[in-house]
Design a protein around this ligand. Structure first.
Ligand SMILES: NC(=O)c1ccc[n+]([C@@H]2O[C@H](COP(=O)([O-])OP(=O)(O)OC[C@H]3O[C@@H](n4cnc5c(N)ncnc54)[C@H](OP(=O)(O)O)[C@@H]3O)[C@@H](O)[C@H]2O)c1
Length: 222
C-alpha cells in the first residue's frame, strides 16, 4: 500500500465516528500512524467502540469522546455524521471548530437535484470562512475501508474553496493509504454526492458493496 507520510504525529477527530464510515476511516488512519479521537453523542458508546477498534488494531490509538471534546481537541476533523443531524451538530460545535480543517464525508441521501447545495457546502456556509471545509470520502465505501486485509484502489475526490485546505486534506488522506485528488471548488461536491447514487447502482449490478472511483491520466502526482 502506498501510504505517504511526512513523519509527523497527527491527531484527527471524527464526528459521528461510531458509525460505519467513521470506524473505517479510523482503522485506516491508525494503520498510517495517526491517532484518532472518535466522536459520539454518547461518551460511553464512543469509548466502547474505541475499545473494539483498538482490539482489532492490536494497539491503543483510538480514544472515544463526545463530539464536542473531539471538536475541541483534534487538529483536523472529519464529519462522518448522517445528513440528519449534520448541521445541527456543527452549529453546536462552531466555536470548537474555528480555525480547523473540516473534511465532510456526509452525503445528502437520496442525492438531490444539482441546484441544491451539498452537505459540505451547507457546512461551509454555516461555519463561515473561519473554518476551512472540504468535501472528501463521499464515494469511499465503509465496507472497503473496514476490510483491512484488502488494499483499497479508490481515489478520494477533494473539493473546497481554499487550495491550501485541499492540499492539507490530501496530505492527511495519504496517511489512510488512499490517494486524495484535488477536484476543485466546493460546488463540485454536488456532482460527487450525486455519484454516490450511481455507485449504489453499480454495486447492485455487480453484486458488491464497495464500488468506488479511480481517476486516470494524472501521471505521477507528488
Ligand atoms: N457508509 C458508507 O459506506 C459511506 C460512504 C461514504 C459516505 N458516507 C456518509 O458518511 C456519513 C456517515 O455514514 P455511516 O454509514 O457511518 O452512518 P451511520 O453509521 O448511520 O451514522 C454515523 C453516526 O452518526 C451518529 N448519529 C446518528 N444520527 C445522528 C443525529 N441525528 N445527530 C447526530 N449524530 C447522529 C451516530 O453516532 P452516535 O449515536 O454514537 O452519536 C452514528 O453512529 C453519512 O452521511 C453517509 O452518507 C457513508
Amino acid at each position: 500500500m502506498n501510504r505517504k507520510s511526512d513523519g509527523t504525529k497527527k491527531l484527527i477527530g471524527i464526528l459521528g465516528g461510531t458509525g460505519k464510515e467513521g470506524q473505517g476511516l479510523a482503522l485506516r488512519w491508525v494503520q498510517g500512524g495517526v491517532d484518532i479521537l472518535l466522536g459520539s453523542r454518547d461518551a460511553t458508546k464512543a469509548a466502547n467502540v474505541a475499545l473494539e477498534l483498538n482490539k482489532k488494531l492490536g494497539h491503543k490509538a483510538v480514544r472515544g469522546l463526545t463530539n464536542r471534546d473531539v471538536a475541541s481537541r483534534a487538529e483536523a476533523i472529519v464529519s462522518a455524521l448522517p445528513h440528519q443531524g449534520h448541521l445541527e451538530t456543527l452549529e453546536r460545535l462552531q466555536k470548537d471548530l474555528e480555525g480547523k480543517l473540516v473534511m465532510v464525508a456526509t452525503v445528502i441521501w437520496p442525492p438531490g437535484p444539482l441546484e441544491r447545495p451539498s452537505a459540505a457546502e451547507e457546512a461551509q456556509e454555516m461555519l463561515t470562512d473561519r473554518t476551512r471545509v472540504v468535501a472528501a470520502f463521499q464515494t469511499v465505501s465503509a465496507v472497503g475501508l473496514r476490510a483491512l486485509d484488502k488494499e483499497i484502489e479508490d481515489d478520494v475526490l477533494v473539493c473546497g474553496e481554499v487550495a491550501e485546505a485541499r492540499k492539507q486534506a490530501i496530505s492527511l488522506i495519504a496517511r489512510t493509504g488512499l490517494r486524495g485528488i484535488d477536484a476543485g471548488p466546493l460546488r463540485n461536491s454536488r456532482t460527487i454526492e450525486a455519484m454516490t447514487g450511481v455507485l449504489l447502482q453499480v454495486n447492485k449490478a455487480h453484486s458488491t458493496k464497495h464500488a468506488g472511483i479511480r481517476i486516470t491520466g494524472l501521471g505521477s502526482i507528488p
